[in-house]
Design a protein around this ligand. Structure first.
Ligand code: SF4
Ligand code: SF4
Length: 389
């Protein structure tokens, strides 16, 4: 029985972006040019819809609206298949209230359900605040089921959740924060037939080019994954690995949208060609190291590898602020990959037991394993572009 199987898919439409934010975990920029076609997206989605219980498709990037008609056709494809769709955009296209409303109307008419726009100090040098405000105001006029502002803060940020609430909030509508003060993800109130209005308040992570361009001192939260937090000790697995898989701009199936995984020897499962999407998911589900990440989690693996083979691993950061930061070095640094390959057998019994437990305790009527009901955001699992809500 499959344990790691997708319930949401992030389509990383293109690596091109009109912006070049220094914290971008996907390394997107105006000079990059890879992009998926509608045919590639529809082919992959058709296979994944037919074989898995996919609840939502997130169109992210880069800037997904750069895909033009292929984006609209892909949104329509989700609608025709009864799957919720979401876009994560930087709103560069909102050059006037009219242009903003026209774009939001076009997206909604194609079938888009949820609208997510990013705004923070990292985006602001490239995308004027006014554009985001015009996009938000337009989205509020459209019957999207959710309108989300994704706000990522560093220690000295000025475009903070408080500031944005003041600017975007309306007296008659409650803007709900995604995370409470302790960092736990909240459940959103969505009135019958109404929309959820959410401020997705996350902290900056050092991923992608952010490793070089975001200072450690900017990361203004306390968690240090070197000391495995109690939540991670209790469960530990990354709930997004494979379960929230992604399709890259070069049409590869990868484990998640936590950072740019194209070409990673462990978490890139291969090129989507013909009808091999289910085969790639099965490859992921059968891969021992992927299971170790999905069921034990990167912080626990880092700790165990340091104990097991201290001379064979290299974790260079003084502090690891999130699961994805650990994961980045765990699967990204060759020395650590070699240690994972060499010692993976040690973890096989515990992984087999964990899979058996999950099968026993979380088997659904339809024979599927639903994601384990955990609230790991308190230990900062991920804040990638697809994981905004
Ligand atoms: S963070 Fe978003 S807007 Fe900024 S460069 Fe990356 S994809 Fe573009
Ligand atoms: S820890 Fe982050 S990068 Fe690693 S699999 Fe999970 S979501 Fe992806």
């Amino acid at each position: 029985m499959r344990i790691l199987e997708p319930h949401s898919i992030t389509v990383l439409t293109t690596d091109r972006c009109t912006a070049e934010c220094r914290h971008c975990c996907m390394n997107s920029s105006p000079t990059r040019t890879h992009a998926l076609t509608y045919e590639q997206i529809a082919s992959a989605l058709r296979q994944l819809f037919d074989n898995f219980n996919i609840k939502v498709v997130i169109f992210a990037g880069g800037e997904p609206t750069l895909l033009g008609d292929d984006l609209l056709k892909s949104i329509r494809f989700c609608k025709m298949n009864g799957v919720i769709s979401r876009i994560v955009t930087n709103a560069y296209w909102a050059t006037s209230p009219e242009a903003a409303l026209a774009k939001c109307t076009e997206l909604r008419e194609a079938g888009l359900d949820e609208f997510n726009v990013s705004m923070d100090d990292y985006h602001e040098p490239y995308i004027a605040f006014e554009r985001v405000k015009m996009a938000y105001d337009a989205a509020m006029q459209i019957d999207f089921s959710a309108v989300v502002i994704a706000n990522c803060v560093g220690k000295d940020s000025t475009l903070t959740p408080e500031f944005l609430e003041q600017q975007f909030g309306m007296s008659c509508v409650e803007m709900q924060r995604r995370f409470d003060v302790d960092g736990f993800s909240k459940f959103f109130e969505r009135s019958e037939g109404g929309k959820a209005i959410v401020l997705s308040n996350t902290f900056v992570q050092r991923l992608g080019r952010g490793i070089d361009l975001v200072g450690d001192e900017e990361c203004n939260y306390d968690s240090d994954m070197s000391n495995v937090p109690p939540e991670a000790e209790a469960f530990g697995g990354c709930p997004w690995a494979v379960r929230s898989c992604a399709i890259t701009p070069k049409n590869h199936l990868v484990a998640c949208c936590g950072f740019e995984l194209q070409g990673n020897p462990i978490l890139d499962f291969g090129t989507l060609t013909g009808d091999n999407a289910v085969g790639l998911v099965e490859r992921a589900d059968n891969d021992l190291i992927t299971n170790m990440i999905g069921l034990l989690g990167p912080p626990k693996l880092m700790q165990l590898l340091k104990e097991l083979a201290p001379d064979e691993v290299h974790f260079p950061r003084p502090i690891y602020h999130s699961y994805c930061e650990v994961c980045h070095d765990l699967v990204g640094i060759e020395k650590n990959r070699r240690a994972l390959y060499k010692h993976q057998g040690t973890f096989a019994p515990v992984i087999l037991q964990a899979r058996a437990d999950l099968e026993q305790n979380f088997r659904e009527v339809g024979g599927r394993i639903e994601p384990t009901p955990i609230r790991l955001s308190g230990v900062r699992v991920v804040a990638g572009p697809g994981a905004e809500v």
